[in-house]
Design a protein around this ligand. Structure first.
Ligand code: DGJ
Length: 719
């Protein structure tokens, strides 16, 4: 609910358990007052430093600070005027509350629904800029969203050299100390949480690689130093964006300023009089119940308001797929694929996905990206011929593409060398032997669109994996003049969104899975178009615990692409038990990623109970509340997904915790009695426990031997 006092110019944004307050002071400066537990009474304005609100803007908690006129924080908003100055003086000019949540043209954003509302605040700089701050309230999920629209209302061009989506000032008086948690890593090791106290000065994460990259994620948390999984104050901030970004925390004598938005490096957007720029959206959650509560709020909002509505019915079954990558890489022909598909069918999969290597000449990663036509040496009947045979086996068909990439050795590149991002006079960097297509250009996207629709119209393709195996470099568009090259990174992202929007509109039932060399573009922006993203190329049962654990701070497990793979693992060489590998894979969008033709009929049959487990409990796994019970430490972890009312849950464990210890389950209902059915290869066992005992001292985990043992159990309250 939005509380708006238009006379006093105070505004409260309330969700079920949280409030966010802001107000304009007498000078018209928009100040941040409060973000915390539900509080229906407007807090007082902060005392004006030196009794003069015109002084010391540096010390005032602000909602959309501008540089150059006394605010000495590290600037993010940077409007450059025709005289070469960079400054802003934004004063309150109006407010409006409307039912429903705003949408952003051409950009992904959390969707309307469940009583959402919008607050629009207008700020004006008399020199010729109007900034409209958009606030969305998703009351049921506890999420506040923000975005800004900057309009040139003057008579001369203004160049934006930085434009944050949102800034939140945490006053030192309210929050004396804060920790910052970011999610960092590498290829095959994405999104490891990294937590440290916010020190004086600026700490930031971000990307200049055109996509978020493996190194960081566009999500961060500020929290009280004592905050843990189930207690303490936490503020999570996610950027709904898939390109260059920055999340920056700055501690000054006044407190901590959190800013997030498009990375200012190489961003320059000139607004002619009357033109507007819309920032990507930022989404915030406050939780007084620790990091677990914060994550569960984001999970709810992503499932209910972000992923495509077509996939929002979490009770509807999702296909169990087999993906051909780790089974064959580039080395296959139709006979091999059909044998693999037959084995997938034997394993009770629903859908066969043909990964990389199917288009003409693609026997290695050195060639052919951009030429999306089947290699008839491998597929004599083309994609349609293979699809027909896969369908005849009783499986649906899916396929892999990498639409943004082009190989130097491709017909597309030979015909249109200027379609690749390229800085004239410099050698174009090939990463994984490929260039990046200039998706800021309509004609480039149109060519790829024509190729994609030809592929998707040629046969019933039920699933599409959209990959992107490199970051951007040599960023320069042959279609834009020198003065507008600062637009290219952002226009590129808008181009990706445009194509995914068209794709999902034309093929509403196509299950789209995003991917970027594993999880280099795992963000809220991509989730607006695809309900799942491949989390990492590392499918090792132990490493996956950390990747999925870190990912879960913002993103629900049901959007994480997770597959059961072979041993020794192709990334790590580690041999983990079937149960541990299944535990990692069953948590998210379950599938297979291994050459099942090498398995005996008995070995494949042993997988059936796990596939059945996914079918039986898939609705709970997709819709339930996620609990990080024992954090992964490289040796093991425990996690669970529970129904909101605690009536049932799936508990997973792998590695060291399986030493007979007890695991407290915070969601267990004290008055209930639970049956606990554990699933093992070749069997199951059932025990019963009082809910009170499961809450504390906890569920007795078995003592299991082996390099990486695993445990998967379904608990349900009886009576
Ligand atoms: C990277 C992806 O993460 C893999 O799953 C696979 O699709 C390869 N690319 C194919 O090149």
């Amino acid at each position: 609910m939005i509380h708006a006092d238009f006379t006093a110019r105070r505004f409260g944004l309330h969700t079920a358990h949280t409030s966010y307050w802001l107000a304009a002071d007498d000078a018209g400066r928009l100040l941040h007052l409060y973000y915390g537990p539900l509080c229906r009474t407007a807090p007082a304005l902060p005392p004006a430093p030196h009794n003069d609100p015109g002084c010391w803007p540096d010390r005032l908690p602000q909602e959309y600070p501008a540089p150059g006129l006394g605010d000495n924080h590290a600037p993010f908003f940077a409007p450059e005027w025709p005289d070469g100055t960079v400054a802003g003086d934004l004063r309150f000019a109006g407010a409006e509350v409307t039912p429903g949540k705003y949408a952003l043209p051409g950009l992904p954003a959390f969707r309307d629904g469940d009583g959402a509302e919008t607050l629009r605040l207008t700020l004006r700089d008399e020199a010729g800029l109007t900034v409209t701050l958009l606030y969305g309230v998703l009351p049921g999920c506890g999420v506040i969203t923000r975005a800004a629209i900057v309009e040139n209302t003057g008579r001369a061009p203004v160049t934006l050299r930085g434009v944050p989506s949102a800034v939140v000032d945490f006053a030192k008086a309210d929050v004396p100390a804060l920790d910052l948690i970011t999610f960092d890593g590498d290829w095959a090791a994405e999104r490891t949480p990294c937590r440290a106290a916010v020190r004086p000065g600026v700490q930031s994460v971000g990307s200049v690689g055109g996509i978020p990259t493996h190194a960081h994620n566009p999500f961060a948390v500020l929290c009280a130093p004592d905050a843990g999984e189930e207690h303490g104050a936490c503020w999570g901030a996610a950027l709904v964006y898939s390109g260059n970004y920055r999340i920056q925390a700055e501690r000054t004598v006044a407190g901590v300023r959190l800013s997030l938005g498009i990375e200012p490096f190489r961003f320059a957007w000139t607004l002619a009089p009357g033109e507007r720029f819309t920032t990507p959206e930022a989404a915030f959650v406050y939780s007084g119940a620790g990091l677990g509560g914060m994550s569960r709020a984001f999970h709810d909002a992503i499932r209910r308001h972000l992923i495509p509505p077509r996939w929002a019915d979490l009770a509807a079954p999702r296909p169990v797929l087999l993906n051909s990558w780790e089974a064959c890489y580039f080395d296959f022909d139709e006979a091999k694929l059909l044998a693999l598909a037959a084995a997938a069918k034997d394993a009770h999969a629903d859908l066969f996905v043909l990964d990389d290597g199917w288009f003409k000449g693609r026997d290695a990663d050195t060639t052919s990206l951009g030429d999306w036509v089947a290699d008839t040496r491998k597929l004599p009947g083309g994609v349609a011929g293979l699809c027909k045979k896969i369908n005849a086996l009783g499986l649906d068909f899916g396929i892999w593409v990498e639409p943004e990439a082009v190989s130097p050795d491709s017909e597309l590149y030979r015909a249109h060398p200027d379609w690749a991002l390229h800085i004239p006079g410099r050698e174009t960097l090939a990463i994984r032997n490929q260039y990046v297509l200039d998706f800021s250009r309509d004609e480039v996207r149109e060519n790829i669109w024509q190729q994609l629709t030809a592929l998707l119209d040629s046969c019933p393709v039920r699933y599409l994996k959209w990959d992107m195996n490199r970051s951007l470099a040599n960023v320069c568009s042959a279609a834009l003049p020198a003065a507008r090259q600062g637009e290219v990174y952002h226009r590129y992202v808008l181009g990706v969104y445009d194509l995914q929007q068209k794709l999902t509109a034309r093929y509403p039932d196509l299950l789209l899975e995003n991917c970027a060399g594993g999880g280099a573009r795992f963000d809220c922006g991509m989730l607006y178009y695809a309900p799942q993203i491949w989390a990492s190329d590392n499918t090792d049962a132990l490493d996956r615990q950390m990747i999925q654990y870190g990912t879960s701070f913002c993103y629900p497990p049901c959007v994480m692409g997770e597959h059961y793979s072979t041993v020794p693992n192709h990334c790590t060489g580690r041999t983990a038990s079937v149960e541990a590998r299944m535990a990692a894979a069953l948590t998210g969008t379950f599938g297979f990623e291994l050459d099942l033709t090498r398995y005996t009929a008995a070995e494949i049959e042993a997988l059936h109970p796990f596939v059945q487990f996914y079918r039986d409990h898939g609705a709970l796994l997709r819709s339930g509340s996620y609990y990080r019970l024992a954090a992964p430490d490289g040796k093991g972890a425990v996690w669970a997904i529970a129904a909101a009312d605690g009536s049932e849950a799936v508990v997973f464990a792998a590695g060291a915790p399986l030493d007979g210890r007890r695991q407290p389950l915070p969601f267990a209902r004290p008055g209930a009695r639970y049956a606990v059915q554990a699933l093992y290869t070749g069997g199951a066992d059932e025990t019963a426990h009082a809910g009170e005992a499961l809450a504390a001292p906890g569920l007795p985990l078995p003592a299991l031997r082996g390099e990486v043992p695993g445990y998967i159990a379904w608990l349900h309250a009886q009576g």
